[in-house]
Ligand binder design. Structure first.
Ligand code: TYM
Length: 339
């Protein structure tokens, strides 16, 4: 059993990432890693097998290296507890995926919101899209990982992971460590609920890579001045007074949430500063400035990181990941009398 706790996250690399991915998962992971890497393992991996369920913009290998560079450019401090790896370089993920498939039910996978969204109205949906949360469960359970910094849209998958682990343990003995419940994950990430960055033009929806309207999303390579403009043109409401109310004022609430995450200020403090103010333009100005500063700093650091630096980290990380994952897999195989 891997006694040192593990914090783990993965980021698909089908295209460049949005500010939603950055603030929902990447930056929280970097902040947690820097705070806990003396006492916890920090597993940062590229779910490349998850990527092939759908189209890939650009070239997978290149996207993969770029996405790992993002973590360093966002301020991740590397030490020997920080492990970078590629999912497909650790075959135990696929093996456990199959084994867990024999625990999961069609009904529970059918209920996954992301599956519904991705398959709605489409013919010939591939089985990978359906089975994707089970592979995600394998990614987590192989490492006894308890804290998984992800955005709120992935919480349903964490709950499924807990359910599969519980069911497996009940039948075969205490083999898997359960990831913490979503509310405890949020607490650990120092946010009240899960993080959901909203579409700037249509704040009822989450900010997504696949949205076509350019003003709806901020990409991490956006020119900082252009990103500021997108914030200035974000949809708000006609209430006329700032308050954090995701139901009646989703656009304003989104700006407050972005400001809190970008400046690493507790949301409650940002809310106290702005509550009751009537000039939405002032808030947009401030958030636009904060986002532009973040992007300028991030993009400058990104250019200084070489592929070789990432390759060295992957070589070390994959050795570690294979050791931990194979040892857990063997426990599972023995429990099933496969060994
Ligand atoms: P993916 O690649 O779709 O998204 C990467 C991370 O970004 C978060 N995110 C958001 N957070 C807040 N607001 C948004 N608008 C927003 N959009 C995206 C996602 O929640 C995610 O944390 N299944 C995962 C990848 C994965 C994984 C894992 C993660 C595979 N195995 C094991 C953790 C542990 C996914 O597709 O995320």
């Amino acid at each position: 059993m891997n006694k040192t706790p593990t914090i783990l996250t993965g980021l698909r690399v089908n295209s460049e990432i949005t500010l939603g991915n950055f603030l929902g998962a990447l930056l929280p992971m970097v902040r947690l890693a820097n705070a806990h890497s003396q006492t916890s393992h920090i597993n940062i991996f590229v779910p490349d097998l998850h990527s092939i369920i759908s189209e890939i913009d650009g070239e997978l290998q290149q996207n993969l290296f770029t996405s790992l560079k993002y973590f360093l450019a966002a301020g991740l401090k590397v030490n020997n507890h920080v492990h970078f790896y590629r999912q497909s370089y650790v075959p135990a993920h696929s093996e456990l995926n199959w084994i867990l498939n024999c625990t999961a039910t069609m009904g529970e996978l059918n209920r996954m919101t992301q599956y519904k969204d991705k398959s709605e109205g489409k013919d010939g949906v591939n089985v990978g899209i359906f089975d994707y949360p089970v592979l995600m469960a394998a990614d987590i359970l192989l490492y006894d990982a308890e804290y998984i910094p992800v955005g709120e849209d992935q919480f349903q998958h964490l709950e499924l992971t807990r359910r599969l682990a519980t069911r497996f343990n009940y039948k075969y003995g205490e083999i898997f460590v359960l990831p913490k419940e979503p509310k405890d994950q949020a607490k650990f990430m120092n946010v009240e609920n899960g993080i959901r960055i909203r579409d700037l033009q249509n704040p009822e929806k989450k900010m997504s890579k696949s949205t076509h309207a350019a003003n709806s999303k901020i990409m991490i390579s956006d020119d900082p001045a252009a990103a500021r403009k997108k914030i200035m043109s974000a949809t708000t409401d006609s209430v006329g007074k700032i308050s954090f109310d995701t139901f009646n004022q989703p656009g304003i609430s989104n700006l407050l949430q972005i400001e809190s995450l970008v400046t690493d200020t507790p949301l409650q403090d940002v809310i106290s500063t702005w509550s009751g103010e009537t000039h939405y333009g002032d808030l947009k100005q401030k958030v636009g400035e904060s986002v532009a500063t973040l992007l300028t700093d991030f993009q400058r650091k990104l250019t200084a990181i070489s592929d070789q630096e990432i390759l060295d980290l992957l070589t070390e990380g994959e050795k570690y990941a294979n050791q931990v994952a194979n040892s857990k897999l063997l426990q599972v195989q023995k429990a099933l009398h496969l060994r």
